[in-house]
Design a protein around this ligand. Structure first.
Ligand code: DC
Length: 341
């Protein structure tokens, strides 16, 4: 399918060298960040603001090896208050991905979008990402109540797929069998008083998915692109129809890139392990502290280093280290940020 990627970058001066250099930076970033090959590029439409007329940016595209694509350059009209010395590109590419998965690139001064455009393109959602045990779900639940939003727990969806594999004797490293089983996995999400309940093939598994073995299986199946595609679609549908606080690993970076508020919660491993131990002892389950530490480190490693949409901090997220903070303190910090945005 053909998709279009937008890019913009500002130049420091109106000179050939500067226009070419910045065009190369922008194109290279578009290529890298979207995992493209040069041959995937079908055409590029460049525009420059009127104060950049020393050369055509298209020359730079040819210089970095984009030889087959059709290129076109145009000068923009003058718009009061718009960016100065800006080069823009609309790159049409042939790709297996969907348009919404394209990464648009805004660099240097072009990072600052006009506030009226920014606000219109945002959706009413609070995206909370972070590693296991950073306190996401507890805080997300409280915040959703305060804001009157629903709370969507995306980890539960990966857990449901993990549970299906465990229950049906499908190896959690057997990607091929997991992908084959996907049409048989029907996950349904409902909200009871704003709180999510999840069913797997018509059976409510909201509580059953909370075990350590299901968490590990979830982390493994979450590395499979086909599993993510299925669940991300479900997650986006929820956000289309509701005001939502959504937590997970890739909400701010992928699922809801246009969320109005993005938070990344973190905490030291020891603190996260202590929280897990408290949870287990409250439930009367015995545990070994060193094992818990090991499991957390392993899961972090898996979630942060997988190829597709790994756990990472969105560029526009606010990072909160929750080590030593109470739930109430974290909640208030996020509500404060939400009010400001
Ligand atoms: O948050 P949790 O522990 O319930 O998540 C279980 C696993 O699911 C986690 O180890 C990684 C995966 N996950 C993911 O890859 N992307 C998400 N948005 C949420 C969870």
């Amino acid at each position: 399918m053909n998709c279009c990627i937008r890019g913009a970058i500002t130049a420091e001066e109106n000179s050939k060298a500067c226009i070419w250099e910045n065009t190369k930076i922008m194109l290279s970033e578009i290529i890298k960040s979207n995992g493209l090959n040069i041959e995937d590029i079908i055409s590029i439409l460049f525009t420059c603001t009127r104060d950049l007329d020393a050369t055509y940016p298209a020359v730079a595209a040819r210089e970095i090896g984009i030889v087959d694509a059709s290129l076109m350059c145009a000068q923009e009209l003058y718009v009061e208050g718009s960016l100065k010395m800006c080069i823009r590109a609309a790159v049409t590419v042939e790709t297996d991905k969907k348009q919404r998965d394209m990464n648009h690139i805004y660099l240097k001064g072009a990072k600052r979008l006009r506030p009226d455009i920014v606000n219109k393109s945002k959706i009413e959602a609070v995206a909370i990402d972070g590693p296991a045990g950073s306190g996401k779900s507890t805080v997300a639940r409280l915040i959703s109540k305060e804001l009157g939003y629903i709370y969507a727990d995306t980890g539960a969806m990966y857990r449901a797929v993990g549970l299906y594999c465990l229950d049906n004797g499908i190896g959690i490293f057997d990607d091929e069998s997991i992908i084959k089983a996907l049409p048989l996995i029907n996950i349904n999400i409902e909200f009871d008083n704003g709180v999510q309940r999840i069913s797997l093939n018509d059976k409510d598994v909201t509580e059953e998915i909370r075990t350590q073995s299901v968490a590990e299986a979830a982390s493994k199946v979450a590395a499979i692109p086909e599993v993510r595609e299925l669940l991300v679609e479900l997650q986006r549908k929820i956000a289309e129809n509701n005001k939502v606080v959504m937590d997970g690993r890739d909400i701010g970076t992928n699922v809801l890139k246009n969320a109005r508020v993005k938070i990344y919660l973190d905490a030291e491993v020891e603190e996260r392990a202590k929280r897990r131990c408290n949870e287990l002892s409250e439930k009367g389950i015995s545990f070994d502290y060193n094992n818990i530490i090991k499991e957390i480190i392993q899961r972090d490693d898996y979630d942060k280093n997988r190829k597709v949409n790994p756990l990472s901090v969105a560029e526009d997220a606010v990072v909160i280290d929750t080590t030593g903070l109470s739930i109430e303190q974290v909640k208030n910090k996020i509500l404060e940020i939400t009010k400001r945005k």
